[in-house]
Design a protein around this ligand. Structure first.
Ligand code: C2E
Ligand code: SIN
Ligand code: SIN
Ligand code: FE
Ligand code: FE
Length: 357
């Protein structure tokens, strides 16, 4: 309240509405004597709403009996605005009847000032009402500021998380694919497939950002295996397969939709429809749809790319291979959707082509 006192009370905007000019002048003098400097006098009640809207108002002193429009009606118009910062209303009245006071209170008046005005009463009531209103306004502004800060921070966190996640995906690919274009191609292809099997825009967006992390677990595979120019020994192959579960471990424990999907994909992208995949040997629809989608996009892109252990296949050979794997490696329904999207998939391939060596 000390801050209210020094900062705002003297400059608070006070509207005085009264059809009698003498009353207006008298009230202005009383308020000025108490140090208030921002007083607006309104003699024509029809102009009240327009003037009220011109600037934030902190207190209204309102006559009730006026020609054309009564104080009650003005109170109702104010209430209809449903503004959380509606200022308190002090009704200026010589009507001492209980009915009239009740009606004003019910309409939303905060208190009364009796006519004829008494200097001490005006000073005390105005001061009280202003303190309430100014504190109310400060709390309200503070709330807006806090909400804005929270909103900004949340956005920053979301964006930062997205970037970290994209860089993680890239870090994994750098080990055996120096361009990082593979993850762009396979994530866009996965998203295209997801879209065509009914995923919502929001889920597709998550797919776009989660699928690049499918091979994050390759971080845990030694160079001697990952970068081996030829076929792997059975022991090496066992170690290589652990990239699914290593990725799943790295991505575990977060509750964001993005990391949940990323984990699901890391764990399931090498499962096969016929149950011959790893790490769990899940069969058909036991495999999460995300993993079944990414498997198609990943294998197509791996086949058509150079790897340390193999040359790139041409597109038709890769598509033929995928066709033969429907119902074996891949979900047959998704394979059909994939093959129906070849023009779009080749477009993604061109858009994110590896730079010429
Ligand atoms: P990757 O290179 O990203 O390959 C992803 C998947 O594409 C493979 O999963 C496989 O399903 C398919 N794929 C890639 N190249 C070929 C191929 O020449 N023929 C066929 N039929 N399919 C292919 P997979 O087999 O589970 O392998 C997972 C990862 O293990 C591979 O990821 C790669 O990093 C590594 N890997 C697999 N085989 C070898 C290998 O012979 N030598 C080395 N050094 N690494 C291998
Ligand atoms: C307010 O808090 O907005 C006004 C307080 C009052 O009407 O007394
Ligand atoms: C990603 O890195 O999140 C995937 C694809 C993209 O950014 O376009
Ligand atoms: Fe993989
Ligand atoms: Fe991959």
């Amino acid at each position: 309240m000390a801050r209210v006192d020094t900062l705002c009370r003297k400059t608070a905007r006070i509207l005085v509405v009264d059809d009698e000019r003498v009353s207006l002048i008298l009230m202005e003098r009383l308020l000025q004597a108490s140090g208030y400097a921002n007083i607006v006098l309104i003699q024509d009640p029809q102009q009240f709403m327009a003037i009220y809207r011109q600037a934030p108002t902190d207190l209204i002193l309102l006559d009730i009996e006026m020609p054309g429009i009564t104080g009650f009606e003005l109170i109702e118009q104010l209430a209809a605005l449903q503004d959380p910062l509606t200022p308190p209303i002090l009704v200026l009245t010589s009507l001492r009847t209980r009915d009239c006071r009740l009606r004003a209170l019910e309409a939303g008046a905060s208190d009364f000032i009796g006519k004829p005005f008494d200097q001490a009463e005006v000073a005390a009531r105005v001061r009280n009402m202003l303190d309430v209103q100014l504190a109310h306004r400060m709390a309200h502004d503070q709330k807006d500021v806090l909400e804005q800060i929270v909103y900004e921070r949340t956005r920053e966190i979301r964006e930062t998380r997205l970037q970290v996640v994209q860089r993680l995906g890239r870090a994994a690919e750098y080990r055996d694919n120096e361009t990082g274009q593979h993850i762009l191609r396979m994530s866009h292809t996965s998203t295209l497939l997801a879209k065509h099997v009914g995923w919502s825009d929001e889920q597709c967006e998550i797919m776009l950002h989660a699928s690049p992390m499918h091979d994050l677990g390759k971080i845990g595979i030694p160079d001697s295996i990952l970068l081996k120019p030829g076929p792997l020994t059975p022991d090496e192959w066992k170690i290589m397969q652990t990239h699914s579960t290593i990725g799943g471990d790295i991505l575990s424990g977060d509750d964001s939709e993005l990391l949940k999907l990323a984990r699901e994909i890391a764990l399931s992208h090498h499962e096969k429809w016929d149950g011959s995949g790893y790490p769990l040997g899940l069969v058909a629809e036991e495999i999460p749809e995300s993993g079944r989608i990414v498997a198609l996009a990943d294998v197509f892109d791996a086949l058509t790319s150079v790897r340390p252990y193999k040359p790139a296949w041409d597109v038709n050979a890769a598509l033929d291979w995928i066709r033969t794997q429907a119902g074996k490696h891949f979900d047959p329904r998704l394979t059909e959707v994939f093959l129906g999207l070849v023009p779009e998939i080749l477009h993604i391939r061109e858009r994110f082509a590896d730079p010429p060596v």
